[in-house]
Design a protein around this ligand. Structure first.
Ligand SMILES: O=C1O[C@H](COP(=O)(O)O)[C@@H](O)[C@H](O)[C@H]1O
Length: 261
């Protein structure tokens, strides 16, 4: 057990390959968004970058079922971002825009509901700490608007990729940004000297991830198999082992990523 709020037990679903994994997650996401809109009138989703994460978005955009969603009542957030220029192809948001956001805008998604993390040429310039504070303020404003009483809005689904080293969002194992105390009082942190390029990033913190109703870890590929097995064995040094949703924690894998289980 981690100390990050109430936890739901991990459920594992294995799909034959990356393509079917992405298609199944996209279908699940559309249904989850529809259900949230029925239940509370709106939906809020935290997106992930990464290979499968971006494929999921493409599949959502292509899915006929996504036309049943009222995209004007959906907010999109990011779990992490690479702190580079706004038009840099390394940015998760740039990849997502090409994959889906432009298509969903045609279906009603509002530009102001796409909550992109600030870039290094944004309003705070090359100051990732100020950019992290700015994104935290945007989260807090959304929470106030929803009247939920917390510092972040309700996240119906928060998706995460997992790196071969067991990182999630831009939280890397053994990195100083995860040392005790670093996250206290911060919803969003600046990460310097990331072991995976680019070196400067912004990330939601573990307590914020744990506030989501459902956390989905979407993982494909044999290079992730050992990290998946270690994380599912129980809380430990891997950030992936420390995340869970309040209502549901889903590990959505392809056969290769599940091969060490
Ligand atoms: O750097 C990142 O990596 C992870 C995993 O990406 P993948 O391509 O190995 O699936 C991703 O979830 C994260 O958003 C991204 O910034």
């Amino acid at each position: 057990m981690s100390s990050y709020g109430s936890r739901s037990a991990a459920e594992v679903v294995v799909h034959p390959d990356k393509d079917s994994l992405a298609a199944a997650v996209a279908a699940r996401l559309v249904v989850r968004v529809l259900d949230a809109q029925v239940r509370r009138g709106r939906a809020s989703v935290v997106l992930t970058g990464g290979t499968v994460g971006t494929q999921v978005l493409r599949d959502v955009a292509a899915s006929p079922a996504s036309r049943a969603v009222d995209w004007s009542r959906v907010d999109l957030w990011w779990g992490d971002e690479r702190f580079v220029a706004a038009d840099d192809g390394d940015r998760n948001a740039v990849q997502a825009r090409g994959a889906v956001l432009d298509a969903l805008a045609q279906q009603g998604l509002r530009e102001e509901a796409v909550h992109v993390m600030p870039a290094s040429d944004g309003p705070d310039g090359d100051d990732p700490e100020a950019a992290a504070t700015r994104y935290a303020a945007e989260l807090a404003a959304a929470a106030r608007e929803e009247g939920v009483g917390g510092v972040v809005p309700v996240f119906d689904v928060l998706m995460l990729g997992v790196g071969p080293d067991g990182h999630v969002a831009s939280l890397f194992p053994g990195h100083p940004s995860l040392e005790a105390g670093q996250e206290v009082g911060h919803e969003v942190i600046a990460v310097h000297d990331s072991p995976k390029p680019p070196p400067t990033r912004l990330s939601l913190t573990l307590p914020v991830i744990a506030s989501a109703e459902e956390v989905w870890l979407v993982v494909g590929g044999a290079d992730k198999a050992d990290a998946v097995a270690e994380a599912l064995a129980g809380p430990g040094p891997l950030p992936a082992s420390l995340v869970s949703g309040t209502a549901r924690t889903l590990w959505l894998l392809d056969r290769e990523a599940a091969s060490s289980l």
